[in-house]
Design a protein around this ligand. Structure first.
Ligand SMILES: [Zn+2]
Length: 416
């Protein structure tokens, strides 16, 4: 497969971009290149795609199912009871809906944690995106459950080869309040042994911190450090209730923080202190969290919220500028997973989008990145390419009608 994008804007210059296989091979004058697909880049700009650093994709089927609730009420009384009824097929369909939404809003990678690992992997494989997928690991201190979860992860690890290298298998211990110490230690050891990433939630609420102090006598970061859990392979969602020295320790261990402003604001979990975290040396990427607590998976919206929230809460309008927010939504997530994406350069993965410079939200066009962070919505995104394949063109994704039709069945199935 080869794609030639002719005369597209890149850093304010019109260039040709030649893609062969899954890589950007050449940027510049490519008139000597022939390609199977030629795209006219006139009045369009090429940008890296969004990398959604934290989500539970399949929860798209729970969009607007239970809103305006406190986190633990929302989880205990609504999310978990519904999830107890969810089947493998439901997760597959939910994940397809999420993939469709992410493609249409310009994301080609997501860092996921959910039940029925294969269902999400299947959806991602078919829809053409990239994802780091973990099977949510929860044992509630029950040794039998812990044993089952460990065995399941071992099995999934063996089975990961069924999929292309767009699917990254990782371990997903949910959080310190849902996973036993023994299982957390196992997760760290298993991941270290096999070179895997670990995806978890950390310091999301004051309640989590207070419960941890009560149970272990120390705060969550110290607890995880004491059991050898923290390392550069750990991505931790939320990281809200952190003391400055905890940020420093996380940075020292190489832990990556995943900032989910919409979900944190909606559930009033608190606020991740982006500027402080960066100053402490923490790597930070932005994610949407699941659609049940957002309620969409639109990374463009999320980076705008991240920027506005930081300015508003610090009282400093220069905090989290557009370029930083853009990086946190694109390249930062790629770097965490060692992906050469989130950037438009020769040799990078061909994960990119074309935006329509004639869209009213991108006019007059003083500063494209500022436009993308503060003004654009997904209607500006015309074409999305992942791994050298066109996933959306003229805002059309193959099979989207069937996915939406299927999603509508969930109104009936899970309706109250
Ligand atoms: Zn989450």
């Amino acid at each position: 497969m080869s794609i030639l994008i002719k005369q597209v804007r890149l850093n304010d210059k019109a260039v040709d971009v030649y893609i062969r296989g899954n890589q950007i091979r050449k940027i510049g004058a490519c008139s000597d290149q022939t390609a199977e697909t030629v795209l006219d880049g006139t009045d369009k700009a090429i940008l890296p795609t969004f990398h959604n650093a934290h989500t539970h994709a399949a929860m798209a089927y729970m969009r607007s199912y239970a809103d305006d609730l406190e986190l633990h009420t929302w989880l205990n009384d609504h999310v978990w009871p519904l999830e107890a009824r969810v089947t493998e097929e439901d997760v597959y369909n939910g994940a397809r809906l999420a993939c469709l939404e992410m493609i249409k809003s310009g994301a080609t990678f997501f860092n996921d944690m959910y039940w029925f690992w294969h269902s999400t992997a299947r959806a991602v494989e078919e829809m053409g995106l990239r994802a780091a997928i973990s099977a949510v690991f929860i044992d509630f201190d029950d040794p039998q459950k812990a044993k089952e979860q460990m065995e399941q992860n071992q099995r999934l690890f063996e089975e990961r080869g069924r999929y292309s290298d767009r699917i990254i298998f990782q371990i997903g211990p949910h959080a310190i309040y849902t996973v036993s110490e023994k299982s957390l230690r196992w997760a760290a050891e298993f991941a270290a042994e096999h070179g895997l990433m670990i995806h978890t939630h950390l310091a999301e609420t004051e309640k989590e911190v207070a419960d941890c102090v009560k149970k272990h006598g120390i705060r969550p970061v110290a607890y995880l450090d004491s059991i050898g859990f923290l390392g550069s392979n750990v991505t931790a969602a939320h990281c809200i209730c952190l003391e400055p020295e905890e940020m420093e320790l996380l940075a020292e261990r190489g832990v990556k923080a995943l900032h989910c402003p919409a979900s944190n604001m909606k559930l009033c979990s608190g606020k991740f202190r982006f500027t402080e975290a960066q100053a402490a040396g923490l790597q930070v990427a932005v994610g949407t969290d699941g659609a049940a607590s957002n309620n969409n998976l639109d990374m463009g919206e999320e980076i705008k919220l991240a920027a506005l929230l930081e300015k508003h809460s610090t009282g400093n309008p220069t905090a989290l500028p557009a370029e930083t927010a853009w990086h946190a939504g694109t390249r930062a997530g790629a770097e965490m997973f060692g992906l050469n994406s989130g950037v438009i350069t020769e040799g990078a993965l061909a994960d990119c989008m074309l935006v329509d410079l004639n869209n009213e939200r991108l006019a007059p066009g003083h500063h494209l990145i500022a436009d993308m962070v503060y003004s654009a919505d997904s209607s500006c995104i015309d074409t999305v390419i992942c791994d050298g394949n066109i996933l959306m063109q003229d805002r059309k994704v193959d099979g989207e009608e069937e996915i939406i039709e299927k999603a509508h069945e969930y109104r009936e199935k899970f309706g109250r």
